[in-house]
Design a protein around this ligand. Sequence first.
Ligand code: ADP
Ligand code: ASP
Ligand code: MG
Length: 405
Amino acid sequence: MALIVQKYGGTSVADAERIRNVAERIARLQHAGNQMVAVVSAMGDTTDDLIALANQITDRPSARELDVLLSTGEIVSSTLVAMALRHLGLDAISLSGLQAGIQTDSTHSRARIRRINPERIHRELDEGRVVIVAGFQGVTEELDVTTLGRGGSDTTAVALAAALRADRCENLKDVEGIYTADPRIVPAARKLRDIGYEEMLELASHGAQVLHPRAVELAQLYNLPITVQSSFNEEPGTLIHAETTMEPTNKVRGIAHDADVAKITVRGVPDRPGIAATLFEPLAARAISVDTIVQNASLENLTDLTFTVSRKDLRAALEIIQPVVLEIGAAGLVTDDEAGKISIVGTGMQNTPGYASRMFRALFDAGINIQLITTSEIRITCIIDQAQVPQAVRALHDAFELEKA
Ligand code: ADP
Ligand code: ASP
Ligand code: MG
């Protein structure tokens, strides 16, 4: 008997018929003798709709109230899946994040799971029940509801799989696996049989929305192999694990893109020690993650400092940065909220020259201007114009011949 944790994304539970299909899939595995825990996302576009609703009331919803509101989306779908299973004659129970024992820190809208008390889930499983857990949520020590950030149900599933010592952790989605690029943008993208944690983490952290980055981090931390596969068919998906197969290493593994980037330039920054810390500490204190950071060489003791944030964080970032700019005596701020980024990722790039120049050449040939460049050992990222992101992804997919195995 295996303990299987599955996660079903929003598209997979978007309406009553799909919920029935999900229940049947869970039921088949239960009948085959497995213990089943399923984490579910909110139905279809529910989370977006709830955010839009809150924004009709106020343009500054309280973070605490917004988290409670958004958590209801996953509660709805978890109850319906449990009902569908009971309709099939199985004993099933839905649990909220609180009931599932998921405790987080108190950073609303992007909370991190601190610990999981799996007692209740174990008890329900021991009673022979299928357990359906509302994804994307937990509670603070004071039992205030938190959410884990967009796409966070993936993280709920991996964290539960680790806490329950599950035998398998499967993410069932509207795609058949991890592809060399988003198949919605590159129809010729190729499904990967497997991928290592590091490469997957780089892809996920730099825009590949297919997995929540924290889910990959947790899987790596607990050395837990996870799969991404389709919820609509039984095709083999992609295995994400510690070792990748010995595919040719001179390859880019995949391309990630993010069309929702905002760029902030602080102009005429006095060049003295401590300035960067003064600028970035208050952003970190408000949990705004700063991505690409570039500082120019200083001319006459003045320098420009450019960094990017997620577009949804631009307003909050500016509110924090503006007073600091005055305080340090910088010349001013320039913002661009129409930036995007594209990244090529692959462990094969480590210590191998030529990837960057090939990337820049491909972008130039496609008529795309590069605004900023950053790299890690296994990734090269370019900030470009948002409107050119799809075109850039296709150009790079071609240039690195990713459609070929
Ligand atoms: P879920 O329904 O589980 O929340 P998501 O919608 O968050 O799933 O993620 C699936 C989507 O991720 C796909 O529909 C696809 O468009 C997108 N995606 C982006 N990059 C990739 C990639 N490299 N491989 C597969 N899918 C990708
Ligand atoms: N429903 C949440 C979202 O849309 C969480 C998730 O689906 O994973 O972001
Ligand atoms: Mg998702």
